[in-house]
Design a protein around this ligand. Structure first.
Ligand SMILES: [Zn+2]
Ligand SMILES: [Zn+2]
Length: 227
């Protein structure tokens, strides 16, 4: 199969690699869409990790093959696979500090090499704990491109809930890149009015289209004063 392999700083090549073999409790997923995470771009551009690795962790696909004893899903099921999930049993999980959980730190989806997401490949393997606790079924009518956004939307939704965004509030979202635009929509969904800022004209236009009451050009106006 083909995969985008990261070999080191600024070095990403589409090459042939073996299709992963699902072991007991694991499953193989044919990737239909994979979002490009800004953190992966940073890792590639700055060479933050040793290669080779196959990145990509905003993954939607179809179950292609089950390992021995894998029961939660069947071949043909449409799924989103997370690349890491908390154990929900340890001290840190009890404090909701999930990023500190030892289980959460393990990457559980791979297309080969050191597990690093693996979504930038034709097939990705979900390891057993991801099959059990980190895979969700995709409803009919939701496209692969939409479903691939579950991971970043989930991250942003936690922030919106933690901030207690509700109806009647006015929220400023600073930056209207992909994550900022998701936050704008989630804050609108929570009932708040959104003011947004960015310096790029196309992002400001998209922000207005997606419901910002005002999208301020931070290069042209004093944003705190405008707010
Ligand atoms: Zn990410
Ligand atoms: Zn835990």
């Amino acid at each position: 199969m083909r995969a985008a392999i990261y070999w080191g700083k600024g070095d990403l090549r589409v090459e042939e690699v073996p299709v992963p073999e699902p072991g007991p409790g694991e499953m193989l997923v044919r990737v239909e869409a994979c979002g490009i995470c800004g953190t992966d771009i940073k890792k590639i551009e700055k060479g933050l990790l040793p290669g080779p690795r196959i990145f990509g962790h905003e993954i939607c696909g179809t179950v292609a093959r089950l390992g021995a004893g894998t029961q939660r899903f069947r071949e043909g099921d449409r799924v989103v696979v997370h690349h890491h999930v908390p154990c929900r049993r340890c001290f840190y999980c009890a404090q909701q500090a999930y990023a500190q959980c030892e289980s959460y730190k393990r990457n559980g989806t791979t297309a080969g090499f050191e597990a690093a997401g693996g979504g930038m490949a034709e097939y990705v393997k979900a390891l057993d704990w991801i099959v059990e606790r980190g895979t969700i079924a995709v409803p009919d009518g939701v496209s692969p491109e939409e479903a691939a956004l579950v991971e970043p939307v989930n991250t942003c939704l936690k922030a919106v809930r933690k901030a207690g965004v509700t109806r009647g509030q006015t929220v400023l979202v600073v930056g209207q890149g992909p994550i900022g635009l998701i936050l704008t929509q989630l804050c609108r969904g929570a009932g708040a009015d959104v003011l947004a800022s960015d310096t790029m004209a196309d992002r400001l236009a998209m922000s207005r289209r997606l419901g910002a009451a005002a999208a301020l050009d931070a290069a042209a106006v004093d944003v705190p004063k405008e707010v």
